[in-house]
Design a protein around this ligand. Structure first.
Ligand code: NAD
Length: 467
C-alpha cells in the first residue's frame, strides 16, 4: 500500500453542488429505464470501442505525457486491453444476463423459479494513475454492460489521461447515463457524499478505507481493488534464465508501477546468486546498458513517488540499477540483494522499479514469510515441482496465484480480477463484472389454480406438522 500524503478531505461547496447535480441527473436517467435494454448497452460498448480505435493516438500521447509509456505498452496494457474486454463482453453478454431456471422443491410445486439480473442503478468508478485508461474504462465496460449509469472519476495524478477521458467520453457515450468528473480529494469527497448504488474503487488501502466508510453511510456496496506486496518464490531446479526474464518483464513494465507486479523475490536455497546474474542480464537485454535511453522504459509518475522510491535504494546491496535523475523522474530498473526482511523496502508496497531479493532456506520458510504478512494481490512461483505448487495453493491466500509467469493472469478474460484481505474486496472482468454491477433477483411464480399449499396453512394438525 503506498502511503497517501495528500491533504485530508475537505468539503468543497461548489464540488458538492456539482456532484449532487451530476448524480441526480444520472439517477433520473436510470429511472427512465433507458439503460436497461441490451441494445442500449451494446451500443455504448461499440461506441467506446470505436473511440479507442479512432483516438488511439490521442490516448497514447496522454499516457506518454503522464507516465512516459511506450506506444507498445500503452496499447497492450491499456487501449488494446480495454478493446479485448469490450469484445469479450459483447460476445458473451446475452448469455451472461439471460435469466436462469432454478429447480423448485416438490413441496412448492407447481411453480416456476428463475433468477434475473437487474442493473444496480448509478455507480461510481474511482480510478488510479498507474493504468489510468484501463482502470477507468474496464470497470466502465462492466457497469454499462450490466445496464447502469456511471460516473467515472479518473486520477488527478495522470492529468493528461484524465483530460482525454473527460473530453472524449461525453462525446461518445449517452450523456444522460455516463459522466466524467475530474479532480482530486475535494471532488472525490463530494462525490462520495452522494448516494450511489455501487462504488468501485481502485487504488491504495488508506483511501479504500475512506471510500468504504463513506459508502457505508448509504449502505452502498463497494468493490475495492487495492494493492500490496506480491511475492515471487523461486525454487532451485527451475530454469533461472527464463524465470529472470519473466520476472524482469513483469516488474519493470510501466517502471514497476503495476498493482500485480512482482514486489519482491523469495529466493530459496542457493538460487539468489544465480538470479542476481540472470536478472542483470535480462534487464540489459530488455532496456540496454542505459535504460534512460530506452524508448520502452517508463518514468515515475511524480516527484513524491520519486523521492519515496529513491529513499529505498539504501535498503540493500545494489546488484544492478540505482541510477536516477530527478528532472526526468527516471529511476533505473534496480535489483537489491541481501535485503533485511524488516527494512522499509520490505514493509510497504514498492510500486516502482526496485526489486529486492530476500534469501530463504526452504519452501517452509517461504510459506511462513508469506503467511505472516498481508494477503497479497498476487503470488507467483517459479518451480518445477508439482508438490510445491500444491503446497503454495493450499497453504497461502492471495488474490491470484500464478506459476511460471507474473502479471499475465490479468489477461485471462474468464478470471475474476481482485484481491483478498488487505489486497481488496470483490472482483471484476468479463462475466465477473456483470456479477459486480448487477443484482441477481430471485423470481418465483406460482399459479393460483391448484393450492397444495393448503397443507401448510394453520390449523396445524398432527399430520401437517410433520410434513
Ligand atoms: P491515486 O493516488 O490515483 O488514487 C486513486 C484514486 O483515489 C484517485 O482517483 C484519487 O483521486 C482518489 N483519492 C485519493 N485520495 C482520496 C481521498 N482522500 N478521498 C477520496 N478519494 C481519494 O492512486 P494510488 O492509490 O496511489 O494507486 C496506487 C495503489 O493502487 C497501489 O497500492 C496499487 O497497488 C493499487 N492498485 C490496485 C489495482 C488493482 O486493480 N487491484 C490497480 C492499480 C493500482
Amino acid at each position: 500500500m503506498s502511503a497517501d500524503t495528500r491533504p485530508a478531505a475537505t468539503t468543497d461547496t461548489a464540488a458538492t453542488t456539482d456532484a449532487a447535480a451530476t448524480v441526480s441527473r444520472l439517477h433520473a436517467a436510470f429511472a427512465t429505464g433507458r439503460t436497461k435494454p441490451l441494445a442500449w448497452r451494446k451500443a455504448q460498448l461499440r461506441a467506446l470501442r470505436r473511440l479507442l480505435v479512432e483516438q488511439e493516438a490521442a490516448f497514447t500521447a496522454a499516457l506518454r505525457a503522464d507516465l512516459g509509456k511506450s506506444a507498445a505498452e500503452a496499447y497492450t496494457t491499456e487501449i488494446g486491453f480495454t478493446i479485448t474486454e469490450i469484445d469479450h463482453t459483447l460476445r458473451h453478454l446475452d448469455r451472461w444476463v439471460r435469466p436462469r431456471r432454478i429447480p423448485v422443491p416438490l413441496a412448492l410445486q407447481p411453480a416456476r423459479a428463475r433468477t434475473v439480473r437487474e442493473p444496480l442503478g448509478t455507480v461510481l468508478i474511482i480510478s488510479p494513475w498507474n493504468y489510468p485508461l484501463q482502470l477507468a474504462l474496464a470497470p466502465l465496460v462492466g457497469a454499462l454492460a450490466a445496464g447502469n449509469c456511471a460516473v467515472v472519476k479518473p486520477s488527478e495524478l495522470a492529468p493528461a489521461t484524465s483530460a482525454a477521458l473527460a473530453h472524449w467520453l461525453p462525446r461518445t457515450l449517452d450523456r444522460q447515463a455516463a459522466a466524467v468528473v475530474e479532480g482530486g480529494v475535494p471532488e472525490t469527497t463530494a462525490l462520495l457524499e452522494q448516494r450511489f448504488d455501487h462504488v468501485f474503487y481502485t487504488g491504495n488501502g488508506t483511501v479504500g478505507r475512506i471510500v468504504m466508510t463513506a459508502a457505508a453511510r448509504h449502505l452502498t456496496p463497494v468493490t475495492l481493488e487495492l494493492g500490496g506486496k506480491s511475492p515471487v518464490v523461486v525454487e532451485p531446479g527451475t530454469d533461472l534464465a527464463t524465470a529472470a526474464r519473466r520476472i524482469a518483464w513483469g516488474k519493470f513494465m510501466n517502471a514497476g508501477q503495476t498493482c500485480v507486479a512482482p514486489d519482491y523475490v523469495l529466493a530459496i536455497g542457493d538460487t539468489a546468486t544465480a538470479l542476481e546474474r540472470q536478472l542483470t542480464a535480462a534487464i540489459r537485454e530488455m532496456y540496454g546498458t542505459d535504460p534512460a535511453k530506452s524508448p520502452d522504459y517508463g518514468r515515475i509518475v511524480n516527484e513524491r513517488h520519486f523521492e519515496r522510491l529513491t529513499a529505498l535504494l539504501s535498503d540493500g546491496r545494489i546488484v544492478t540499477g540505482g541510477d536516477h535523475d530527478r528532472a526526468d523522474r527516471y529511476l533505473a530498473p534496480t535489483v537489491l540483494a541481501d535485503v533485511d526482511p524488516e527494512a522499509p523496502v520490505m514493509r510497504e508496497e514498492i510500486f516502482g522499479p526496485v526489486l529486492p531479493i530476500v534469501r530463504v532456506p526452504d519452501l517452509d520458510a517461504a510459506i511462513a514469510f508469506i503467511t505472516a504478512r498481508d494477503k497479497p494481490l498476487a503470488l507467483y512461483a517459479f518451480t518445477s515441482s508439482p508438490a510445491t505448487k500444491r503446497r503454495l495453493a493450499a497453504e497461502t491466500s492471495s488474490g491470484a496465484l500464478a506459476f511460471g509467469v507474473p502479471n499475465a493472469h490479468i489477461a485471462v478474460p474468464g478470471f475474476p480480477f481482485g484481491g483478498v484481505g488487505e489486497s481488496g474486496l470483490g472482483g471484476y472482468h468479463g462475466a465477473h463484472s456483470i456479477d459486480t454491477f448487477s443484482h441477481t433477483k430471485s423470481v418465483l411464480d406460482k399459479p393460483l389454480l391448484a393450492d397444495p399449499l393448503r397443507l401448510a396453512y394453520p390449523p396445524f394438525t398432527a399430520v401437517k406438522s410433520r410434513l
